[in-house]
Design a protein around this ligand. Structure first.
Ligand code: ZN
Ligand code: ZN
Length: 274
């Protein structure tokens, strides 16, 4: 398997970090987890265009994890020579989100169908809402499990675990440590976790930013979860606030206080082979 952090940013715009999105290539499958800002630009950098996506998974419907979902959906539609619904798996609420997204694209859809004689179908999704258990399997032995995570008041939210050939990769969205997350991480070779630095956030005099402290994993939380699960490599992504250049080691050190394995503060397009 190969894990690529396509986008490692957060809601705060960053010239070097696209929005939350992680690509896992396993067997013959190309699996995309979340669709944050700029996802298709980063996917193009590793040779992936929307028609090549085998399955899209959403962890939750916060804007920074889905704000380029419409780009994935419409670009797959206009690039596909035949009708090819976008396969999407997400938490309960995803169907309503997709319906509303398509509604905002109504004018565009009408113009393109009117203009292109060979484009006779609407964009659509092959969609499933999931909570836990095995949620996706391929003929060549790749399987994906989901489990509920905790990011209240955003609810429900899920994390995922990809398994193939005896290897496992856990991809968590925004969550505090919880039982579902612990299960996804158990024995995983790679664990990707969105993180914040409470020590830095606390110094920023903005009440709205203080609110994020109670529903994210800190670097230390991620380290503790990684240690409890006995994972191989911990990948920190979606760092808030955006790390100042030269401070990357501090993020790793905070997680390392609780976890002995390899720790990577991901940049966009960081790739880990399993
Ligand atoms: Zn987020
Ligand atoms: Zn979130």
């Amino acid at each position: 398997m190969e894990v690529t952090t396509l986008g490692t940013g957060s809601p705060l715009p960053d010239p070097n970090r696209a929005g939350a999105a992680t690509l896992v290539r396993a067997g013959g499958a190309t699996l995309l987890f979340d669709c944050g800002r700029g996802v298709l630009m980063r996917a193009a950098a590793v040779g992936v265009v929307p028609p090549l996506l085998t399955q899209v998974f959403l962890t939750h419907l916060h804007s920074d994890h889905v704000n380029d979902f419409n780009d994935v959906l419409t670009t797959r539609w206009v690039m596909s020579p035949v009708d090819s619904p976008l396969p999407v798996i997400g938490p309960v609420g995803t169907a309503r989100f997709v319906e509303r997204t398509i509604a905002t694209l109504e004018d565009d859809i009408g113009w393109r169908i009117e203009h292109h004689d060979d484009l006779t179908w609407q964009p659509s999704c092959d969609l499933r809402e999931v909570t836990d258990g095995v949620v996706w399997e391929s003929a060549d032995g790749v399987r994906v499990l989901a489990a509920p995570t905790v990011h209240k008041p955003v609810h429900p939210t899920v994390g995922y675990r990809v398994e193939h050939d005896g290897a496992a990769v856990a991809v968590a969205g925004d969550t505090v440590p919880c039982d579902g997350l612990t299960g996804l991480c158990a024995g995983a070779d790679v664990y990707v976790q969105t993180v914040i630095r409470p020590d830095l956030v606390a110094q920023i005099p903005a009440p709205r930013l203080q609110d994020i402290l109670d529903y994210h994993s800190s670097c230390e939380d991620a380290g503790r979860t990684a240690a409890a699960g006995g994972v191989g490599t911990l990948v920190l992504t979606h760092p808030v606030p955006p790390p100042a250049p030269g401070t990357e080691d501090e993020w790793v050190a905070q997680a390392a206080a609780h976890f002995d394995g390899e720790i990577i503060l991901a940049a966009d397009l960081t790739t880990i082979s399993v």
